[in-house]
Design a protein around this ligand. Structure first.
Ligand code: HPA
Ligand SMILES: [Zn+2]
Length: 339
């Protein structure tokens, strides 16, 4: 707990970088494994947590895809999604733009409709029961081919109106944004926002491709953009948002020490950076803990924490009037707390 815990807790926040399958807690995994009669490689919570000790992105992804193997029914996806929303609510998240990875389910024989309806039903319930607004972003797995991406895009057609955008995630190195240039061009024509993971492990060149060749609306992670002054200038001029994930960076050894996180420098450079949880069940914390950890590591000021919360709405795909409303609410809370 930092001296800023109260402020962090009270600020309304938007979560813009959250893989719903990465919120799948080991307790629920064990429950669903039993319900669906599926073997999993760990039998206790301690065993699960011991396995969550990663040296890189791929080691995490291997476990992430294994864990979601127990998700089979619409009800499973509904329960996982609603459980995330309850945790988000506890951290005062009021808006979420959530990724999901349909190819990781359809290739196991789970119907696209079961996955999507399960998630959408929980999001609708989350708005009614918890007051959390939401958008869904359909991600393409970049270790698969562009052709596979086109197949998903086609298969998902009946649900397109439910997605605000499309994403690009999974193993980054060796799978540059340009591999998917035609696919994203088509997605843009269909009216989707484009969110690309870039510069997490991959080089600054991948961020450049995402920004300049693909026309990304948001960069997920983007840490390594900070190695290239020209990219920093582009990010400042365009105000393309960067969704940073502190505990993810630490867990996946993108950073060996949170004090090396680019978040403070990004704020100082005037970039539109915000803080998110990525895969909270695997990386040791939901959004509140991510704010706490980065505040402590970088000794952020209360003004900087407030800026991060504002950026989470400014960087969202909410309509402008909604962004303005949320930013004004933050200003009011900051003022009453002496910020
Ligand atoms: O942090 C991530 N990076 C890439 N792919 C992912 N899929 C889930 N989380 C991640
Ligand atoms: Zn991610």
């Amino acid at each position: 707990m930092s001296a800023h815990s109260d402020l962090i807790h009270k600020l309304p926040k938007a979560e813009l970088h959250l893989h719903i399958e990465g919120s799948f807690e080991p307790e629920m995994m064990m429950t669903l494994a039993e319900r669906n009669r599926i073997d999993i490689p760990f039998k206790t919570l301690d065993e699960a947590k011991a396995a969550y000790d990663f040296n890189n992105l791929q080691e995490f992804l291997d476990l992430y895809y294994q864990g979601m193997n127990v998700l089979r029914t619409e009800q499973d996806f509904h329960e996982m999604t609603f459980a995330y929303l309850q945790r988000a609510k506890a951290d005062n998240v009021v808006h979420v733009e959530m990724f999901f990875d349909p190819q990781a389910h359809t290739e196991r024989g789970v119907a696209f409709g079961a996955v999507t309806e399960g998630i959408l039903g929980a999001l609708e319930r989350g708005e009614k029961e918890l007051g959390i607004t939401s958008e869904l972003i359909m991600s393409f797995l970049r270790h698969l081919s562009e052709e596979d991406g086109f197949v998903l895009l086609d298969e998902s057609t009946p649900w397109h109106e439910h997605f605000v955008g499309v994403g690009l995630d999974s193993s980054e190195v060796g799978h540059p944004p340009l591999k998917f240039q035609r696919l994203f061009e088509r997605c843009r024509e269909l009216g989707f926002k484009l969110c690309l993971h870039a510069g997490e492990e991959g080089p600054p060149e991948y961020v450049r491709e995402a920004l300049l060749d693909i026309g990304a609306d948001r960069i997920d992670h983007g840490n390594r953009a900070m190695e290239d002054p020209a990219l920093i200038e582009i990010l400042r001029d365009t105000q393309i948002p960067l969704t940073n994930c502190p505990l993810s960076n630490l867990s996946l050894c993108v950073l060996d020490d949170l004090r090396k996180s680019p978040v403070k420098r990004q704020l100082e450079e005037g970039l539109l950076v915000c803080v998110n949880s990525d895969d909270p069940a695997y990386f040791g914390g939901y959004i509140g803990q991510n704010y706490e950890a980065i505040t402590e590591a970088l000794e952020l000021s209360s003004d900087q924490i407030v800026q991060l919360a504002k950026n989470s709405f400014t960087g969202s795909f909410l309509p402008d009037d909604q962004k303005t409303k949320h930013v004004a609410a933050i200003d009011q809370i900051a003022a009453t707390m002496g910020g």
